[in-house]
Design a protein around this ligand. Sequence first.
Ligand code: HEC
Ligand code: HEC
Length: 376
Amino acid sequence: MDRFIMRVLVFFFLCMFFIIACDPKEVPMPDEDFELEAPSYFGSYNERIPEDNPITQKGFELGRMLFYEKKLSGDNSMSCASCHQQSKAFTDGKAISPGIDGINGKVSTMSLVNLLWAEKFTWNGKMETVEAQSTEPIRNPIEMHENFENAIQKLEEAGYSRLFQEAFESEEITEELIGKALSQFQRALVSSNSKYDQYLRGEYEPTQSERRGEQLFFTHPIPGQLRGGNCGDCHLGPLTSGAIDGFQGFHNNGLDDDDNMDEGLMAVTGNPADKGRFKTPSLRNIALTAPYMHDGRFETLEEVIEHYDNGIHQSSTLDILIIEGSNENQASGDQPQLFLTEQEKDDIIAFLHMLTDEDFINNPQFSNPFEDDENN
Ligand code: HEC
Ligand code: HEC
């Protein structure tokens, strides 16, 4: 009998042990210690962080160091931040950027902003994840041009092993973990304190021009009834990007005719209907990221507006939203034009300036952690 009670008791304690050990609430959440602040109007984000790469404070800090680390390039002269500079909302002010060997790439540096809500990466969407696009430039011969064997050896020599241990509980530095740390840092690059955000939160009273600009930006025009700039048809909602609910919008916004256009999404899908279609970028901090478009062809926002107003090139893949977005009735076959007034153009530009976020470009958490290094 005593033995029976003993067994029951042992069984009972074992059960309790397993229940406590397996209770999900008892397992520390890896991202518990990292505070990511994002407004609800960007949409939820927890489920958008990959399960195998949650953002942790240590991982973020390591990612920040790697982002500014020139040892990741072949001749130790270039880091991610050489092209993605915080003061320019993580672009570089160039139409096309050369890598360490001085060879030019084909497309313009993209801003790194609110990547957590983007679906595809790079101008033609060839990358499915931030992780994939984070190690590619290191190896790319016209960018940082370094192999991972060398890069990892340099990181080990510089004492990074301890930081990888702390962030990932791994003694070993690997390409995969470099990509993961860089991605944690980049996913935390949230810009949500522009004048437009302050206005959405009821903290800023827009000027008349900014108000009209917002209205025009988000209105699809109906000739004779409703004036619109048509921008929000593709640059959607407060993110002003093409991504929505698991979908990434790629469009041909009329930069070139059939004979002169770049491949765009077709390079990825092989589908001729995708020729000239590019990822619709976020316009957040757009006043800081000139020159514009995938090839950096426009120097100013005024030139961009002129393009959409009366510079559209017709082609077989020109987007229907551009063909059908005009403030006047146009005959089919006419060059699609918006027919904006000068005042309306100024108003849209005033709205675009509302998207500048000074806190984002001055956030010390995103800045170069190597204080003595002035070249980044
Ligand atoms: C030589 C300049 C240069 C360097 C160095 C560079 N990038 Fe970029 N970055 C670019 C260009 C150009 C693009 C657009 C690429 C394309 O469309 O094919 C880009 C695109 C990206 C994107 C996609 C953004 C989006 O919204 O789709 C990410 C993420 C990115 N880079 C991260 C990094 C990281 C991380 C590093 C460092 C390991 C890095 N880049 C180094 C120029 C550079
Ligand atoms: C049919 C969809 C569509 C419409 C409508 C549209 N855009 Fe765009 N926009 C795009 C795409 C796609 C790109 C990238 C094209 C490229 O680089 O090849 C882009 C690029 C831009 C850029 C350059 C971004 C950068 O990072 O270089 C600006 C600025 C811009 N658009 C502003 C506007 C404004 C303002 C309007 C309204 C007047 C507007 N767009 C209407 C799809 C659209």
